[in-house]
Design a binder for this molecule. Structure first.
Ligand code: CMP
Length: 493
C-alpha cells in the first residue's frame, strides 16, 4: 500500500519535472525565435513598436520562467519531504517533530530559491535591499505575517520544550480536554472525549496553562465517595481498595490508596487515588470504580451517606433494596443443592442462617487464583466462569457454573490457595458459606465430607488430563483429600 503510493508519487514527480524542464528548454528557443521574428519582419519605421513588443515579451518570459522554476522547486521539495519525513520517519518517535521541521525547511528553501531565481532573471533589482529598506513594505508584510510568524515561533518553542507528544491527554482550562492528534507549525489539534476536534493555534496555546498527562506516565485519578458514620473506616478502606485493584486499566504497579478525606456533615468522606494504564480512558475507569464500590457496599453491608440535615424528621428505615437477604430464599436455594441433600432440615436452616447473599458486578472476580480463602460459594442468580491462568499464558475458562452450582470448596476444605479464579458473567448473586458455619455440619455428616472430597477429586482430575497442561498448584494424592479435609477441620473418625 505504502510502496504503491510512493511509486505513484515518484512517477508523478518525474512526469511533472520533465514537463517543466521541457517547457523551460522550449522557452529559450521560442524567446530567440520571437526576437528574430520581431527584428526581421518589421522595417525601420516600426522600430518603436518592435522595441515595445520586445520589452513586453521579455518581461512575460522572465515572469513565466520564475513561475516555472518555482513550480519545479516546489515539486522537488514536496517529493523529498514525502520521501524523507513521511516514509522514513513515520514509524520513528521523531515523526511529530518532523511535521513542524519539514514545514520550516520547506519555507526556508522556497524563500531562498525565490531570491536566487528572481535574481537570475532581474540581476539589477536587489530584492533583499527592497525588503530591508522599504519601510512600508516591511510594515505591510510584518502586519500580514504577524499571526503566522507568532504561530511559527510558538510552535518552534513548543517543539523545543516538547511539553507533550501525540497521544498525550492535555487539558486547557478555557478550551477543553482531549488527546493530542497533531502538532504543526500553526497549531495543535486535540480530539475531545466527545470525539470532537479542537484546533488551537500555537500562539494561543503558548499563553495558556496546559495540564499534560503523558502517555508513557502512570497518571493518577481521584474518585470520592462517602459512608455513614456507623460503618468502620478500616473495613470500608480494605474492601474498596480490593475491588479497585481488580478493575481493568487500573495499574497493578502501584496499589490504589483509599483514605478518609474529611469527617463531613453527612458522613465520612473518602478519596480513592488510583493509577491508570491508559489515561485517555479515565472516564470509563472512574465509572467502573464507582460501580464496583456500590457492589462492594452491597456485599459488605456498608451504606452510602445521604444528606440528613433537614428540618423534617429523617426516616431511619433502610432504603428498599432489591438484594434484600431473606433467610427463606437462602434456605430454598441450599435445599436444592444436591451436595447438601443428606443434611436434615434443621442443618440446612443453620447453614442458611450462617450464609450471606452477596451481589457481584459483571466481570468481577469472586475468588482469585493463588489467594487463600475460608469460604465456599453457591451460585444463587446468574452464571460464573471458572478460569485458570498459567504463568505468561492467557486466562482460560475451565467451566461455567450456573444457579445451584457451588465453588470455592477446594480452598475452604483443604486450606490451600484457590486453584482458579471465579468471575461473574453478568451481574450475579452468590451465597457465601464460611468455615465457621460449615465445621459443625461437617462434624455431624461424614457423608458430606466424602461427597465433597469426591467432587474435589473430580475437579482436580480435570487439571490432570494429558491435553490440559493447566495445572496451577501441585496436585495431591487423590486418596489423601478426604484425610486432609478431616485434618484441616480437626474432624475425628
Ligand atoms: P478453590 O480452589 O477454593 O477456588 C477456585 C474454585 O474453582 C475451586 O475451589 C473450585 O470450586 C472451582 N474449580 C476449579 N476447577 C474446577 C473444575 N474443573 N470444574 C468446576 N469447578 C472448578
Amino acid at each position: 500500500m505504502e510502496t504503491s503510493k510512493l511509486r505513484n508519487k515518484f512517477i508523478f514527480f518525474i512526469v511533472f519535472a520533465g514537463v517543466i524542464t521541457l517547457l523551460l528548454i522550449l522557452f529559450s528557443f521560442v524567446e530567440g525565435f520571437i526576437k528574430d521574428y520581431l527584428t526581421n519582419f518589421f522595417d525601420s519605421t516600426d522600430r518603436r513598436t518592435v522595441e515595445t513588443a520586445a520589452v513586453l515579451f521579455d518581461q512575460l518570459f522572465r515572469v513565466l520562467k520564475i513561475v516555472l522554476w518555482m513550480s519545479l522547486i516546489v515539486t522537488i521539495v514536496r517529493f523529498v519531504n514525502h520521501l524523507v519525513f513521511s516514509t522514513a520517519l513515520r514509524r520513528s518517535s521523531s515523526y511529530e517533530i518532523s511535521t513542524l521541521l519539514r514545514n520550516v525547511f520547506s519555507i526556508i528553501i522556497y524563500i531562498v530559491s525565490f531570491f536566487v531565481i528572481f535574481n537570475s532573471q532581474y540581476p539589477n533589482i536587489d530584492l533583499a535591499a527592497l525588503f530591508t529598506t522599504s519601510t512600508i513594505l516591511g510594515v505591510i508584510i510584518g502586519l500580514a505575517l504577524q499571526d503566522t510568524l507568532g504561530n511559527l515561533f510558538s510552535g518552534l518553542a513548543i517543539q523545543a520544550d516538547q511539553p507533550f507528544q501525540i497521544g498525550d491527554v492535555i487539558s486547557i482550562p478555557t478550551k477543553g480536554e482531549g488527546v493530542v492528534e497533531q502538532v504543526s507549525w500553526r497549531g495543535v489539534q486535540i480530539r475531545t472525549f466527545q470525539n470532537k476536534l479542537i484546533v488551537i493555534s500555537n500562539s494561543v496555546l503558548g499563553k495558556e496553562v496546559v495540564e499534560v498527562a503523558p502517555r508513557e506516565n502512570l497518571n493518577a485519578r481521584l474518585v470520592f465517595f462517602n459512608t455513614l458514620y456507623t460503618n468502620s473506616p478500616a473495613q470500608t478502606i480494605q474492601s474498596v481498595r480490593e475491588v479497585v485493584r481488580q478493575i481493568e486499566n487500573v495499574s497493578q504497579k502501584i496499589r490504589p490508596v483509599v483514605r478518609v478525606r474529611t469527617l463531613g456533615d453527612n458522613g465520612i468522606e473518602y478519596e480513592i487515588k488510583y493509577w491508570l494504564e491508559d489515561y485517555s480512558k479515565y472516564n470509563d475507569t472512574d465509572a467502573l470504580v464507582r460501580q464496583r464500590i456500590w457492589y462492594a457496599f452491597q456485599r459488605e453491608r456498608i451504606e452510602f451517606a445521604y444528606p440528613t440535615r433537614t428540618v423534617y424528621q429523617v426516616e431511619t428505615k433502610p432504603p428498599e433494596n432489591v438484594f434484600v437477604e431473606t433467610s427463606n430464599e437462602i434456605y430454598e436455594r441450599l435445599s436444592n443443592v444436591p451436595i447438601f441433600a443428606p443434611l436434615s432440615d434443621e442443618e440446612t436452616r443453620k447453614l442458611a442462617d450462617g450464609s450471606h447473599l452477596r451481589v457481584f458486578a459483571p466481570g468481577e472476580s469472586i475468588v482469585r487464583q493463588g489467594q487463600k480463602g475460608d469460604s465456599m460459594f453457591v451460585v444463587h442468580r446468574g452464571t460464573v466462569d471458572v478460569q485458570i491462568t498459567e504463568a505468561d499464558a492467557e486466562a482460560k475458562v475451565l467451566r461455567k457454573l450456573r444457579e445451584g452450582d457451588f465453588f470455592g470448596e477446594m480452598g475452604l476444605l483443604t486450606g490451600e490457595p484457590r486453584t482458579a479464579t471465579v468471575l461473574t458473567d453478568g451481574e450475579a448473586e452468590i451465597l457465601e458459606i464460611n468455615n465457621l458455619c460449615l465445621k459443625p455440619i461437617l462434624e455431624e455428616n461424614p457423608e458430606l465430607v466424602k461427597s465433597l472430597s469426591r467432587i474435589i477429586e473430580e475437579r482436580r482430575a480435570s487439571f490432570d488430563k494429558p491435553e490440559d497442561e493447566s495445572m496451577p498448584t501441585e496436585i495431591k494424592d487423590k486418596a489423601s483429600i478426604f484425610a486432609s479435609i478431616k485434618k484441616f477441620f480437626g474432624l475425628t473418625d
